[in-house]
Design a protein around this ligand. Structure first.
Ligand SMILES: C[S@@+](CC[C@H](N)C(=O)[O-])C[C@H]1O[C@@H](n2cnc3c(N)ncnc32)[C@H](O)[C@@H]1O
Length: 360
């Protein structure tokens, strides 16, 4: 661990899995899915003001899977500095070097209770070496917070997500108008990154660290976590009208998903009027996503699958619309997530169901 100034003995003691600290999430098993970053399509290089970035070296067609990466470290959301340090120390030397070389721009957290636990493990150390340990822990945490992606077990699960660092994809900078889309695929236990549109040679590959459906102020607040102010066109020249539409979009999305949860709990009592109401909100959400140029987003996939399912249940004039929405969901999910994603498989199932003629 080239960067560390922590004495070897202290490091060994603090990182030994003696049951003192909760364990990290177990490393992904070999599922027969290779882990790769398409270095034949892009290169890493220094940007003007955003550290290292990934740039296309050739034309990349929309839908291309550019990364399919195994995690370097994966931790539960509630993991502490101590848990993280232990997980990093358990990596091979090569992997530790990769971890310590990643960017560290996230600010230290305010919760420093972990320092007391650490002190208890370091009581035979001089204060200099204790400070070095604290610094190391802080740096590991900052690297983790700067580079982690959220890894949900499934879209619908209530289980808390885990957070993972994927070393090649970690070089992707943010844009609120991204040209790639990232998502952890729990079926293959890889982070996948797909081109959202055709990308020209020389263009920087950018993903969105946050939900791009948020209005500017909310996006800015969320991005503070990574310690930078986004300079994309939407953030530098915020348009009040567009922000109002994004706020509306956020509200509509919440209304659709809340109503869906309610319907699932109460399907037997859901009336034709209830279906009509939900379908009206779905139709408005889809229109707004189109107006905002957010057609190629997983939000569109989620809304269209919900709309298709509701449309089939409602029947009548909604059946044709249900098939159209299901087709859109299949296309969007194929492009953003790939054919091995749960979302794509679900969308295909729904599309097939919309094509079954109702019994008269
Ligand atoms: C996941 S890393 C991305 C790779 C990083 N640039 C590097 O050098 O390794 C996230 C960090 O990159 C920088 N970054 C990402 N997107 C940026 C942007 N749009 N503008 C400025 N800095 C950005 C911030 O420092 C952020 O904390």
């Amino acid at each position: 661990m080239a960067l560390s100034r922590v004495p070897e003995a202290t490091r060994r003691r603090l990182s030994s899995p003696n049951g003192k600290f909760p364990a990290a999430v177990s490393p992904a098993e070999n599922l027969g899915v290779s882990s790769y970053a398409r270095r034949d399509l892009y290169e890493e290089r220094q940007t003007v003001d955003a550290g290292i970035g990934a740039f296309a070296t050739v034309a990349i067609p929309a839908g291309t899977r550019i990364f399919c990466e195994d995690s370097l470290v994966m931790m539960p959301e509630e993991a502490t500095h101590l848990d993280l340090y232990r997980a990093v120390s358990a990596l091979s030397d090569d992997k530790q070097a990769v971890f310590w070389n990643l960017a560290a721009s996230a600010k230290p957290g305010k919760n420093v209770a972990w320092i007391n636990a650490l002190r208890a493990c370091c009581d035979d150390e001089t204060s200099d070496s204790f400070n070095a340990v604290v610094e190391d822990y802080e740096r590991a945490w900052s690297i983790f917070e700067t580079n982690r992606f959220t890894c949900k077990a499934s879209v619908s699960t209530v289980a808390p997500p885990t957070l993972g660092v994927f070393p090649a994809a970690a070089r992707l900078n943010h844009s609120c108008a991204p040209n790639v889309f990232h998502r952890y695929n729990p079926l293959i236990r890889r982070l996948t990154v797909h081109a959202l549109r055709d990308i020209e040679p020389g263009e920087e590959l950018t993903t969105s660290y946050i939900d791009i459906c948020h209005p500017t102020a909310r996006r800015r607040a969320l991005l503070r976590h990574w310690g930078f102010r986004c300079k994309c066109a939407a953030c530098t020249n915020p348009d009040e009208e567009a922000d109002r539409r994004r706020k509306k979009l956020e509200d509509l999305f919440i209304r659709v998903t809340n109503r869906e949860r309610k319907r699932m709990r109460n399907e037997a009592r859901w009336t034709a009027k209830d279906y009509e109401h939900s379908l009206g909100i779905v139709a408005r959400t889809v229109r707004l996503l189109e107006t905002e140029g957010l057609v190629e987003t997983d939000t569109m996939g989620i809304i269209c699958v919900i709309g298709a399912q509701l449309g089939m249940k409602a029947g009548g004039k909604w059946r044709e619309q249900a098939e159209e929405w299901a087709k859109t969901a299949v296309e969007v999910d194929r492009k953003c997530l790939g054919e091995d994603s749960m979302e794509y498989m679900r969308a295909v199932e729904v599309l097939e169901a919309t094509r079954v003629k109702p019994k008269l």
